[in-house]
Write a protein that binds this ligand. Sequence first.
Ligand SMILES: Cc1cc2nc3c(=O)[nH]c(=O)nc-3n(C[C@H](O)[C@H](O)[C@H](O)COP(=O)(O)OP(=O)(O)OC[C@H]3O[C@@H](n4cnc5c(N)ncnc54)[C@H](O)[C@@H]3O)c2cc1C
Length: 303
Amino acid sequence: MTTAVTSPFRFFPLHVVRTMRLSPSLVRVTFGGAELDAFACGGRDQSVSLFLPHPGQPEPVVPVEEGDGWWRAWRQLPDGVRAVMRSYTVRGQRHNPDGSSEIDIDFALHGRPDAPGATHTTATVLREAVPAGPASRWAARASPGDRALVLGPAVADNSAVRFRPPADTDLVVLCADETALPAVAGILESLPPGLRVRAWCEVPCDADRQDLSTRADAHITWLVRETGAPRLDTTLRDAQLPATAAPYAWVAGESSQVKSVRRHLVGERGFDRGRVTFVGYWRRGLSEEQLRAEAEAARAAAA
Ligand SMILES: Cc1cc2nc3c(=O)[nH]c(=O)nc-3n(C[C@H](O)[C@H](O)[C@H](O)COP(=O)(O)OP(=O)(O)OC[C@H]3O[C@@H](n4cnc5c(N)ncnc54)[C@H](O)[C@@H]3O)c2cc1C
């Protein structure tokens, strides 16, 4: 029997299978789910909307029974009831010999432990007194059996895969902070042998550096905040890039850094703006819902 896919995205119920602390700032949560066989990860920087419960709730509250009307119904729920919705990257997917399927999501933990709600120990390198957000708090405490929900891909070629170098690309430039490290890892794994790549990854601690595997001809530069390394945008300004005819850049992380890197690539290095994919993964001082509200207000004002 074949199932007609009418939308590239659908909900998948999840439960935590296990967690693994990858480094001081990153924790991997492996999720299982009875329907994950149909989860069609597009690889590279495949992102999803993850729904998490508030403390004390057994599962995230999302009115999935409303079908296409779920969003409106979800928005109408009270703040403390409506599930927390956040964007994350699928770091891996596997189908196990026992027939089960799993996906991995790597969460960057943030926030100071002395700020209300913060949960982890990287405070020495996080200089701002911002409490951890609900997703970071959830991930730091996740344990087997915890329930979540994901709005994820039902088809592998979907709009939540943004890394799309044109066919003639002869140099890939990657710029990321720790939130975009899972995406960089997926992108590097997807690249063909020999393709030139220059990557800059900014992480809080030296121990957050990862072994990134790729067949591409990749030079990876780590910028470690705890050692006082210059920020991504400053570093890129001073970097020498190979002379090429058709470069493509992918930039993700904190919004102001992303904007600054993009401005530099397009304005000062002459990259074709259509060959720079840039995504603000988070913005200092604003939660993801505040960012969404701001984007909606801007859309409404433009209309
Ligand atoms: C397409 C996409 C893919 C993403 N993939 C990943 C991923 O794979 N792994 C990952 O960890 N993140 C990823 N992110 C970023 C993640 O969605 C945000 O960091 C999110 O804000 C975390 O939610 P929260 O509830 O912890 O914090 P929020 O409630 O959203 O924010 C609370 C406060 O914390 C600040 N904040 C948020 N994130 C950070 C941070 N990393 N460091 C310091 N301060 C922060 C905010 O500015 C705000 O002041 C992705 C974002 C997008 C758009």
